[in-house]
Ligand binder design. Structure first.
Ligand SMILES: [Zn+2]
Length: 127
């Protein structure tokens, strides 16, 4: 057996991070999980064309899933920081870079790393 290539490891990790955030938001339904799989498939092709982008796949898959959810379900993930005003979704920053985070564009704060949304929305925020 060959061990997983760095690309497959990165895709596997990215998939796990985005799924963790979907679980945190209670939207990890079977058809939503298939959206993640679709994105992983597309990003595998994308990184094969551009291997330097391997660090960026977690942020990209998070954004792919966010876009796909917006069409089918609505905004995800909802901002847990702003208590009042219109509910709004968090954004991934950087859009194309390593170490992606969910940020609230309104309050201008980093909410959580992609994959750690459960800790941010779990009610207790460590300072
Ligand atoms: Zn906000």
């Amino acid at each position: 057996m060959k061990s997983l290539s760095p690309l497959e490891q990165a895709l596997h990790a990215a998939r796990a991070l985005v799924l963790a955030d979907l679980v945190a938001g209670d939207v990890a339904e079977a058809d939503v999980v298939s959206l993640v799989e679709d994105s992983v498939t597309q990003r595998r092709w994308w990184v094969e064309q551009w291997p330097d982008g391997v660090e960026y796949v977690a942020g990209l898959i998070a954004q792919d899933v966010q876009d796909a959810l917006l069409e089918r379900y609505g905004r995800w993930p909802l901002c847990p920081v702003c208590g009042s005003g219109d509910p709004h979704a968090l954004d991934v920053e950087p859009e194309l870079g390593p170490d992606p985070h969910w940020v609230c564009g309104k309050a201008g704060v980093k909410v959580a790393a992609v994959g750690s949304l459960g800790r941010a929305t779990g009610g207790t925020r460590s300072s």
